[in-house]
Design a binder for this molecule. Sequence first.
Ligand code: ADP
Ligand code: MG
Length: 249
Amino acid sequence: MNNNIWIDNLSVAYQGKQAIQAVDLVLREKKLTGIIGPNGAGKSTLMKAALGLIAKSSGDVTYLNQPLKNNQKRVAYVEQRQNADLSFPIDVFGVVLLGTYPKVGLIRRPGKKEKELAWHCLEKVGMTEFAKRQIGELSGGQLQRVFIARALAQEADWFFLDEPFVGIDASSERTIIDLLKQLRNEGKSIVIVHHDLHKVNDYFDDLVLLNKQVIAYGEVAQTFTAENLQRGYGEEITEMLRMGERKND
Ligand code: ADP
Ligand code: MG
């Protein structure tokens, strides 16, 4: 048996309006999978529903022969950054330490072992010198690295990141994608909601192209085709590619 995540007939509606419809796919373990699609395509919804964070109207998400919800500790989730509360008074080290809580339990406080783990995770993302900094004082790229360190501290097998590269500089993006690739090479499974089409070939092994429904999914080489993009994005695609080119100049 493998450790893939099976998504079967997953649908979500908000106030009666369908956001994703009958999504069927397999997220393969030990791969870097990208979820792409136009604005409002339901990418965040798919991720949250797959993780059991929002209600679904139909479908099953199966991992290790059980509902994924039963194995939530093996999954780390980094939400879209604009949703995070940055006014909360907590320093960088405190945020990373929070990642160890699922193991510690809410009653027992983290001890030496958890603190060492948190420090090691901060090292891994190159942020130890910021340990005492309040999170509200970090740049976008630094913040994203801290959230990844927190996910690492959870010692999960699966990492789900929603638009981790939005609003961060190119060198932070490079650092983060290199780190994620390293984790994948170490046997972790990573799923990323992403919207910069120019990086898709470089970043991902597998791709899900979503527009409410699954337009295509599978290995990047098979799915990232002009025809599929046209089907997923329609008219928008020409403008998106042009914007991407400008950004890469
Ligand atoms: P994406 O992440 O691909 O941009 P979302 O999953 O955020 O798309 O949203 C999909 C659709 O569902 C959009 O039309 C959005 O406006 C709607 N939507 C998302 N979240 C909510 C919500 N909490 N309540 C109502 N509608 C929502
Ligand atoms: Mg989104």
